[in-house]
Design a protein around this ligand. Structure first.
Ligand SMILES: Cc1ncc(COP(=O)(O)O)c(C=O)c1O
Length: 438
């Protein structure tokens, strides 16, 4: 007997609690039950295929089940499944750090974590402790309104999305919030907003800068806020202001990194170097959970000293630098270099931009925001779940999209071929027509 999606959904509803999910509506929404994947395609248990238009939550770089990455994980599995990184080391952990550092000039050491959120936690603690070990007590973090850095309590503390974060404020760290450079008034250009938001940051730091250990930003794009893009000048201001007040600049590249914006790292759009660079998601090509914090030599040195000085970074996880995850990431980074995947992502961005011209003119679309392969289509709300309805209509056309409120997010694998790109854009337009035509 074939077990259909419907039967699996019933079993799921009886046993599972999903992230970011209202279970009262779960079965009714008919979530897909995915069985296998190949390249940019996902297949459900009924054999229906969907183009992965959100790169499996922004992680897939070159598509699913890539032979080189499959082979690297299998080869690693034949040698070492897991061994601790506390008091020991291993080849994949070392080689990945070396490989990562070649992509990020100015960064000197790699600290591994599991998910994006846990890497953000590590970065926040590093920033606080490094100030302490330079003789300064700086208990505050500065973050942007509309920011998203993950769901653990430290990362929620530096979040700025009311819907996700406000409930938890009473149990969070002390932070200061400054206006998002992506929140423009209709009459403002991105450059004008960057200037205005930069001045706000400067004012905040003039008042509190001596107690701030770090400014944390998502460089160029605030992803979870609905792909809010902003002008690179803001990052240059943040760099300058952080330096002026002796605070660190943490760039959270969990969403924007590993080629997603058409550059290896989004900071390259602004030509800046952070003190701490956080990455995750695409690092293992979307195969396995692995994240990392890249630190400058200066930050790293603040943690050196004789054991009795207790300058150690007392932080780590059981599965830090799991060798299978590292092997996947090494294969991904090497393949990305060999196949010039970042250039391909930039080209895909251009092709998508050309196709999005007509989407932006759709009467039901308020705004289209894009940087490289990160796209947010802000639709006119027609009820409570307009973004969801558009995504469901696209799903019926075989293209998997996912909304963030009234923003339809489009984020395909970096190497999506022209025919699939056209299919994606076509399904998006048809879905917009179906849901938003007057
Ligand atoms: C910028 C940013 N930081 C951190 C995170 C959290 O990563 P994870 O979900 O892997 O914990 C995300 C997730 O979307 C993100 O977009």
């Amino acid at each position: 007997m074939t077990i259909t999606s419907e039967l699996w959904r019933e079993r799921d509803a009886a046993a599972v609690w999903h992230p970011f999910t209202q279970h009262a509506a779960w079965i009714e929404d008919k979530p897909a039950v995915i069985e296998r994947a190949e390249g940019p395609w996902l297949f459900d248990v009924d054999g229906v295929r969907y183009l992965d238009g959100i790169s499996s939550l922004w992680t897939t770089t070159v598509g699913h089940r890539t032979p080189e990455i499959d082979a690297a994980i299998t080869a690693q599995l034949g040698k070492l499944d897991h061994s601790t990184f506390l008091g020991a080391t291993h080849q994949p952990g070392i080689e990945l750090a070396e490989e990562l550092l070649t992509t990020a000039p100015g960064m000197s050491k790699v600290f591994y974590a599991g998910d994006g959120s846990s890497a953000v936690e590590a970065a926040l603690k590093m920033a606080y402790q490094s100030a302490l070990q330079r003789g300064q007590t700086r208990p505050l973090f500065v973050h942007l309104t509309e920011a998203y850095h993950g769901d653990t309590l430290g990362s929620v503390s530096v979040g700025g999305i009311e819907l996700f974060h406000d409930k938890y404020r009473p149990i969070l760290l002390d932070t200061l919030s400054t206006g998002s450079p992506g929140m423009r008034r209709p009459d403002q250009s991105p450059a004008e907003r960057a200037l205005e938001a930069g001045a706000e940051l400067e004012k905040l730091m003039a008042e509190h800068g001596e107690r701030v250990c770090a400014i944390i930003v998502e460089p160029m794009v605030q992803g979870a806020a609905g792909i809010l893009t902003y002008d690179a000048a803001y990052l240059r201001t943040a760099r300058r202001v952080a330096d002026a007040y002796g605070a660190l600049l943490i760039c959270d590249e969990v969403a924007t990194g590993v080629g997603r914006t058409g550059k290896m790292w989004a900071i390259e759009h602004a030509g800046i170097t952070p003190d701490l660079l956080v990455c995750g998601k695409g690092l293992t090509a979307g195969y396995l959970p692995l994240s990392a914090v890249l630190a400058t030599e200066e930050v790293y040195e603040a943690f050196l000293g004789a054991p009795a000085q207790v300058r150690t970074f007392f932080h780590g996880h059981t599965f830090t630098a799991n060798p299978l995850c590292c092997a996947a990431a090494i294969a991904n980074l090497r393949m990305m270099k060999e196949r010039a995947v970042v250039d391909q992502a930039a080209e895909l961005g251009e092709r998508l931009a050309a196709g999005l011209i007509s989407v932006a003119k759709h009467p039901g679309v308020k705004e289209v925001r894009q940087l490289g392969t990160m796209i947010g289509v802000q639709v006119e709300p027609r009820g409570d779940r307009t973004g969801f309805e558009v995504c469901r209509a696209a799903m019926n056309k075989g293209v998997w999209l996912r909304p963030l409120g009234d923003v339809v997010v489009v984020m395909p694998p970096l190497t999506l071929a022209p025919p699939e790109t056209d299919l994606l854009l076509g399904a998006l337009e048809t879905a917009l027509d179906e849901v938003l035509s007057v």
